[in-house]
Design a protein around this ligand. Structure first.
Ligand code: BGC
Length: 416
């Protein structure tokens, strides 16, 4: 059922149950899906900060990378008339929820903290519904990374890849040396994550924007998209047979412990390396995915605020302000692998991968290479994104040809 229908159909029930579903005073309930090692450490910092301010943290964690399970749980709670104080919702979905009339206006926190001045426009625009802040950003994740274990490369006699030829050369050598070349988890959102980096690397930022953001039919079915799927098909041959259903952090662990050489994943993977005590540039490398050095797929996590009872509004605004504080943005992102969303946070404690991300975000925002991640809900509405993700997953799990895939993709792009 579509979000709109769900919410409409249950408005009456909502009103009825709302009266009995009160949360305690000075409490925030936060829905998120940050349950891996690095993610849990990151969100624990917010809990600590809220409790230091006298606000009780009610954890509403729903495991499942990419957040699909969490979104299902959220819909159920909104239907039941007991929306949490805040939920990890991002990108165009914030607008979808805004249209349902269930989001809270947090302009008071935003004007007090001068959010307009402290956030890049590309971030603040996403946080607003009809000109009012309804969400607070926690970070900027970059998706187009390749995580590499340099020990594995060394053992295999391969060098760190800078383009597709070097990538497949390294993959061949790792495979020949008896290790897994590409660590991957066969889940639709992970397939989509690899796909978008490949599309960006094969076609460049302009192609990515036309095909994946604007959903231009000719670009979706043209030769560059065919080449994208051909490249994806080749990548499949370097993934181990046990990949089906594997969680992303377990795939990252394979790179961490040297079982596998490389992984396409956003920089929440770095949170896992960091939690395992690994050092960027020494124990692991963060390279732009092949061919994507001049581009940056952004994925901004944000806590979107739901309408709460009058006596809960103060705690909600406290949460919003805490999220945007430089102290939180620093400690959260040091653990999470991402970079602060706001200006005015010291770079001093960040590692070489984070500094590269900060510099590249800045450079690509001027060059036109800064693009929203489709796989992480930043580019297109959820119905279209879901339909496209299904096509990619089918391609990854069958013998579907690239020709058939682009046709299916073009059809999925029209989903409503
Ligand atoms: C979220 C990250 C999260 C990752 C894995 C992404 O969509 O933006 O915060 O760590 O999924 O669950």
């Amino acid at each position: 059922m579509k979000l709109k229908q769900i919410v409409q159909a249950t408005m009456a029930v909502t009103a009825l149950i709302a009266a009995t579903a009160q949360v305690q005073a000075a409490e925030v309930e936060v829905l998120h899906y940050w349950t891996s090692g690095g993610e849990a450490k990151s969100v624990a910092e917010l809990k600590k900060m809220m409790e230091a301010k006298g606000v009780t943290w009610k954890d509403f964690a729903v495991a499942g990378g990419g957040g699909e399970n969490a979104m299902t749980a959220l819909k159920a709670r909104v239907i039941a008339g007991s929306a949490p104080t805040a939920a990890q919702i991002k990108g165009p979905s914030i607008q979808e929820w805004g249209k349902e009339g269930v989001l809270a206006n947090i302009d008071a926190a935003a004007s007090e903290g001068k959010w307009d001045a402290n956030l890049p426009r590309v971030v603040s625009n996403i946080m607003k519904y009809q000109g009012h802040y309804v969400a607070a950003p926690v970070n900027v994740h970059r998706v187009n990374w390749l995580w590499v274990n340099p020990e594995v490369l060394k053992k295999a006699g391969a060098k760190a890849p800078g383009n597709w030829d070097e990538f497949f050369d390294a993959a061949d050598k790792i495979k020949k040396a008896g290790m897994i070349a590409i660590a991957h988890g066969g889940q639709p959102w992970q397939d989509a994550t690899v796909f978008e980096s490949v599309a960006l690397g094969v076609g460049g930022a302009d192609f990515y924007k036309k095909a994946i953001v604007q959903l231009d039919q000719a670009s979706l079915t043209g030769p560059t998209m065919i080449k994208t799927f051909d490249t994806l098909a080749k990548i499949k041959t370097y993934i181990d047979k046990d990949a089906a259903g594997r969680d992303w952090n377990l795939a990252t662990a394979m790179v961490i412990n040297g079982k596998a050489g490389m992984q396409f994943m956003g920089d929440w993977a770095k949170g896992e390396f960091t939690a395992a005590g690994k050092v960027a540039g020494k124990d692991f490398l963060c390279l732009a995915a092949p061919g994507t050095d001049k581009a940056f797929t952004f994925n901004i996590d944000s806590l979107t605020m739901f309408k709460v009872k009058d006596d809960q509004q103060k705690s909600q605004l406290t949460l919003a302000s805490a999220v945007m504080s430089p102290e939180f943005q620093e400690v959260f992102n040091l653990n999470k692998g991402s970079i602060p969303a706001r200006a005015g946070v010291s770079r001093a404690k960040f590692d070489s991968c984070a500094l590269k991300s900060m510099d590249d975000m800045d450079a690509t925002s001027k060059s036109g290479g800064l693009v929203p991640s489709f796989a992480h809900g930043m580019a297109i509405d959820s119905a279209k994104a879901g339909a496209i993700q299904d096509v990619i997953a089918k391609f990854m799990n069958s013998t579907m040809t690239s020709q058939a895939a682009v046709q299916a993709l073009a059809k999925a792009a029209k989903a409503k």
